[in-house]
Design a protein around this ligand. Sequence first.
Ligand code: SF4
Length: 441
Amino acid sequence: MPNGKFVYLKTFGCQMNVHDSEKMLSILAEHNYRPTEDIHRADIILLNTCSVRAKPEQKVYSALGRLERLKEKNHHLIIGVGGCVAQQEGERLLDRIGYLDLVFGTHNLHRLPDLIRDVQASRRPMCAVEFYDEVRSLDISPIPLDGEKVKSYVTIIQGCENFCSFCIVPYVRGREKSRPSENILGEIKALSKRGIREVTLLGQNVNSYGKDLSGGFTFPQLLAHINEIQGIWRIRFTTSHPKDISEELIMAFGKLEKVCKHIHLPFQSGSDRVLERMNRGYTRKQYMEKAEQLRKVCPEIGITADVMVGFPGEGEREFHDTLDLIQRVQFDNLFSFKYSPRKGTRAAHLLDQIGESTKSHRLQVLQELQKGITLKRNQALEGRYEEILVEGLSKWGEEEITGRTSSNKVVNLNGNPDLIGQLVKVRIEEGYANSLRGKII
Ligand code: SF4
């Protein structure tokens, strides 16, 4: 590949995509492509896309629309689309966007340099969306290109076999593929030697880890082994499926001192009728029991979740069941969305779709409720002592640093930037809607 070329990469969607983007930049750097923030300077423009909801998918098409003029000005520019929209649309994307050069799916990330070279050599668009038995990109450990960091993502499993009726992920990420435990442990040991202190283990459903490996570790066993790695101080993971969260995993919060006191446990709806139609595999009672067990084992645990409003057939009663569950569980925070039909999913064919204005209204009501609960929970921490891992400078001004508690709450405080990468004891002075104010003690 030519020397000193630039790649501009825009990421849409979840942490998995953010991490995949880090991998893309890392493998392209090995081929002399440097990342740039200046799109006009780029020789390659890549969009790493998300199709989990309608909004991020629409954003991809808008972003692509804006690239046409750049291509007209520079015929050597290569424009590529990767990620979930690429996997879902494949050749159709090339048909629809005449100036697009490359479409690469979720199992083809490792081939990116070769695919770019092929496009350059042939000057013809290419599409690579095959699924493989082995997902080679799982084992790419990205080298940070913008300096060493304090924390890092580590992929442990890709794909999902739960087939929730609203979700496109099993179709675009494929079947569950766990990464061999020794590769994960090897990567984390190497990260620790580079000064990484916190790892977040990634997977669409981390609780399924190891089910497809013969004789491998279960997820709690994997956590126990990571807990032994010197130099790693904190372990986080996302996402957990409520139906698969085992007793052993719940106990890990009380037993493994490096496992952070936070769980992201999407519940999606508080109505049994809706949960059944979503094919979620648990009832509201079972969900609340899991939350209760988690708080029993680890009273300080922060619980966050995803929830959607306006799933087909959600009436006022079902919506109120969702509000009721939120009141009862008292989440630390919620990621709430309006349901949007995804092509190819079962729920998209349900006839009792909900109108946009009803969805918007319900979302507003739900978010107002949660806003109050989050504020109350943050204020309840005032006067408490917490340990935070300082992650960087805060956006709130000079001499301001920021970090997170074990329960994943953002704490801003006045402090020396030399503390970045250190565990610091702080007193919580104030709790706000989205963060806490702390003071070093
Ligand atoms: S568990 Fe359900 S919502 Fe989550 S990725 Fe799998 S199918 Fe989608």
